[in-house]
Design a protein around this ligand. Structure first.
Ligand code: CUA
Length: 367
């Protein structure tokens, strides 16, 4: 491994042998043999471990195979590096009182060429393999359902543009290709359903895409996989994969729920002071659509968040205070909570009607 190696062809003959390795016949051969045995054991352990949740999309099997190939390639590299490092630490450790300098080694061209070339070839091959798999998974398919995914601190919302349906729950028909178009209203988030495997960042100003085909009926969760603020870990939402007929009836239910109730025409919505019951209902919808539940506890909405204050017992239960807390949350922060955590742009995001409805909804529930 050094220029002391007689095979390196020093014209002056082998230099004085280091007493610490005197008598070692073939340390390199022994390390290689040990490395191969440990690598096989390591690969066996790595493949035996069940790393993944159930697979609920056609893409999952191919991605799991990529992951297994990566493990098979990385375990021997890890073992090789650790074997050489541990062997060297143990074998060449200076004895107490040994104050000699180390040998003046300037490099080993052959070794350097080897340790640059082999990783280069491995990484290039793996990148090409990964690209081929991803390109295959992302191929456009007929009859694709488009779903707009929007992340915001700290919730996800979903919108089915072809159906004009919006929802806080992600419902998908089994065996139909889906294209997610991912957006964010504020900071970076990352849209991830572990059972689907694919993951994509939600980047301000960009629309990122994921295509996949759910193939297993069940309930899963969207997880935010990018640290986005204090409520990051609460940024989870339900995903349901259902049979096509169930999906269609769910869409119909959503459309009916969104339609204005009979008797109250569009014009009625403008007069928020008038229909008390109607405005309260709107307030609940505004509360749900803006992700308030991920941070606040509020019994009428079955919300149990703990990032922000409990809205069942607002410190100053007046309309003016509630309104200020929504549009300018840093002005007065409840004791025990920090400023800057509640998004400060609800004043821009909410229309005046929505804001009125939300304030009324919260105020009504106060004792
Ligand atoms: Cu959104 Cu983490």
């Amino acid at each position: 491994m050094s220029e002391r190696d007689p095979a390196a062809g020093d014209p002056a003959g082998p230099p004085e042998e280091d007493p610490r390795i005197r008598g070692e016949k073939h340390p390199v051969a022994r390390m290689i043999a040990l490395g191969i045995v440990l690598s096989l054991i390591g690969i066996a352990i790595a493949l035996l471990i069940d790393w993944f949740p159930v697979s609920a999309a056609g893409s999952a099997d191919e991605i799991d195979t990529v992951y297994d190939v990566l493990l098979i390639c990385s375990v021997p590299v890890f073992i090789l590096v650790m074997t050489v490092a541990i062997y060297s630490v143990v074998r060449f450790r200076a004895k107490p009182g040994d104050m000699r300098d180390g040998a003046p080694i300037h490099g080993n061209t052959r070794l350097e060429v080897v340790w640059v070339t082999i990783p280069f070839l491995m990484v290039t091959a793996l990148a090409i393999y990964g690209w081929i798999v991803l390109d295959d998974l992302e191929a456009k398919q007929p009859n694709t359902l488009i779903v707009n995914v929007t992340g915001q601190q700290f919730t996800w919302s979903f919108d089915y543009p072809s159906e004009k349906v919006k929802s806080n729950e992600l419902v998908l028909p089994k065996d139909r290709p889906v294209e997610f178009r991912i957006h964010t209203k504020d900071v970076l988030h990352s849209f991830w359903v572990p059972e689907f495997r694919l993951k994509s960042d939600a980047v301000p100003g960009l629309t990122t895409k994921i295509r996949l085909t759910p193939d297993r009926i069940g309930r899963y969760q969207v997880v935010c996989a990018e640290l986005c603020g204090i409520g990051h870990s609460t940024m989870r939402q339900n995903v349901r994969v259902v049979a096509t007929a169930d999906f269609d009836s769910w869409l119909d239910d959503q459309k009916q729920a969104a339609a204005p109730p009979s008797g109250e025409a569009e014009g009625g919505g403008g007069e928020t002071g008038g229909g008390g019951g109607g405005a309260g209902g709107d307030g609940a919808a505004v509360f749900a659509a803006n992700g308030c539940a991920s941070c606040h506890t509020f019994k009428p909405a079955n919300a149990t968040g703990t990032v922000g204050p409990d809205l069942d017992e607002i410190a100053t239960p007046t309309a003016a205070f509630i309104r200020q807390s929504i549009v300018d949350p840093n002005k007065e922060v409840e004791e025990g909570f920090s400023p800057g955590i509640m998004p400060q742009d609800f004043g821009d995001k909410l229309s005046p009607d929505e804001l009125d409805a939300l304030v009324e909804y919260l105020l009504k529930a106060q004792k």
